[in-house]
Write a new protein. Structure first.
Length: 147
């Protein structure tokens, strides 16, 4: 009887090792999509950093001091944007949609066919783009901070 007890304890120990050594990860972490991560950083409300943070062809442009830029619904497939207090709808339309141009997380294509190059952190956003035609034609750069 004593031998049978020792045998059962040994068998229980061996089975415990096999059950405890399960190498399969039941829920592996999904790989994050860099476009989704970038869109998540963009989502929110942005205000102009200061009065000298709106430039055209390297020259400070007044009239954009109170601009607010809001990104919403952003994902790897794009999202929406809206502005308030824009000095020109030719430069920053009141609203529209955007997508990542050619899958590049640093290029946004607005619904008015303007391509924005962006530099983004969790608290700062720099946009640079070209407006073609009209009085607002030129190379524009805006520096925003997250509100």
């Amino acid at each position: 009887m004593r031998e049978a007890t020792k045998y059962l304890i040994f068998l229980f120990f061996i089975l415990s090792l096999f059950v405890g050594c399960n190498s399969a990860d039941p829920d592996p972490d999904p790989v994050a999509d860099p476009l989704d991560d970038q869109a998540a950083l963009l989502n929110g409300t942005w205000i102009l950093k200061d009065a000298s943070s709106a430039t055209k062809d390297g020259n400070v442009v007044s009239g954009f001091e109170n601009i607010t830029l809001t990104f919403s619904g952003g994902s790897k497939n794009g999202g929406n944007y809206s502005t308030t207090n824009s000095a020109s709808a030719d430069v920053w339309p009141n609203s529209g949609t955007w997508t990542f141009q050619n899958g590049d997380k640093n290029k946004l294509l607005r619904s008015d066919n303007v391509v924005l190059s962006i530099s983004l952190t969790s608290t700062t956003l720099r946009t640079s783009f070209v407006v073609s035609g009209g009085l607002k034609e030129g190379n524009w750069v805006f520096d925003f901070i997250k509100q």
